[in-house]
Design a protein around this ligand. Structure first.
Ligand code: CO
Ligand code: CO
Length: 341
């Protein structure tokens, strides 16, 4: 069985509700003070973190979305890699995972089996244990995981705290939204689809395990708000200006051509609108702006680190199959939180 992607309204993270709309309603949700809730949703971080003892805090996340690839087994892998990612983005280790799945009654049940097989493989690769799940019939397939991880409360990586002089590192290339959009209308080359799939199914575990050995000052992962959206969250909460060297930003080959042909997502346009006036682009071509706004499905980690550690860090990261890149530096706050040059 294969998903007919034209039947899915929007695939993957491109379907995420925009940050503008979300921040409006979140202010009306009642909250309760609890000093052990170290990270809640007020800072729009990647996951909730709750301190249990002096040494252990639990990290809790939930992510799920609609298919962005035709193959249910690969979709399962991507959705699971994406759900696990927020634990790595907090500097933690995933321990347990629970499936959440919506599946059409009319669809071949084997497809559901393939989704769950792909997801289970990724959970095992992460070293976590799949401990149950919940499934309902729904006209549109959706899949993801709720993941619980652990972290030392003193070593939590928040999405703010970057210091002037730090260097910014990105651990996966951009462009998965653009490529899957082109693929949906049969306009993408097979090799580009394969490269996007390789990136989307890759766990952030390997880069994360190297990253936590260094004194990282802030970290997040790149998903629906795109590179610039997540960068803006980090830069504004850190009260700094992040200067991005556009020629250093890695993207999947093919993304440039497809962006030039306007295979961009509605999510990318929402991100552009949300960031209007917040980014200073210095002579950046439109296609590159589109890649920087592109919503990523199971994107890489983005983190800042004092510059003296960068050589050792990059040497270690270069041994991984998916190449990381230094993409910019952190400066004192200027007029805008982000400069792309
Ligand atoms: Co995240
Ligand atoms: Co998330």
């Amino acid at each position: 069985m294969k998903f007919k992607l034209d039947r899915c309204s929007v695939g993957g993270w491109a379907g995420k509700i925009g940050p503008e709309v979300l921040s409006k309603i979140l202010t009306n949700i009642p909250t309760k003070e609890d000093k052990n809730l170290i990270v809640g949703y007020e800072k729009s971080d990647d996951a909730a973190v709750y301190k249990l003892t002096e040494d252990i805090a639990i990290i809790q996340t939930l992510d799920f979305f609609t298919p962005m690839v035709e193959d249910p087994y690969i979709f399962g892998q991507i959705a699971a890699a994406n759900s696990l990612s927020d634990v790595y983005a907090m500097g933690g280790v995933p321990k347990t995972a629970i499936n959440i799945v919506c599946y059409p009654e009319r669809e071949d049940i084997e497809g559901l089996g393939e989704i769950l097989r792909g997801g289970a493989e990724k959970v095992i690769e992460a070293g976590a244990v799949l401990s149950g799940g919940h499934s309902i019939h729904d006209p549109e397939t959706k899949y993801g995981l709720s993941v619980t991880g652990i972290v030392n409360p003193d070593k939590i990586l928040k999405n703010y705290g970057s210091k002037t002089g730090d260097v910014l590192v990105l651990t996966k290339p951009l462009g998965t939204g653009i490529i899957t959009t082109a693929a949906k209308v049969n306009e993408a080359e097979e090799k580009h689809i394969e490269e996007a799939i390789k990136n989307m199914t890759a766990l952030n575990k390997y880069a994360g395990e190297i990253m936590v050995k260094y004194p990282v000052t802030a970290c997040t992962d790149i998903t629906g708000f795109g590179f610039l959206g997540h960068l803006y969250e980090m830069a504004s909460a850190s009260e700094k200006t992040f200067v991005i060297e556009s020629e250093l930003v890695p993207y999947i080959s093919g993304a440039k051509e497809y962006a030039k042909e306007f295979f961009t997502t509605g999510g990318g346009q929402k991100n552009r609108k949300y960031l209007e006036g917040k980014v200073e682009f210095q002579d950046i071509p439109f296609w590159l702006e589109e890649i920087l706004f592109d919503p990523q499905t199971s994107g890489g980690l983005l983190f800042s680190i004092p510059s003296q550690y960068v050589n050792d860090l990059m040497k270690e990261l270069s041994a991984l199959e998916i190449k990381s890149a230094v993409v910019g530096t952190i400066e004192d706050l200027k007029e805008k939180n982000i400069i792309v040059r």
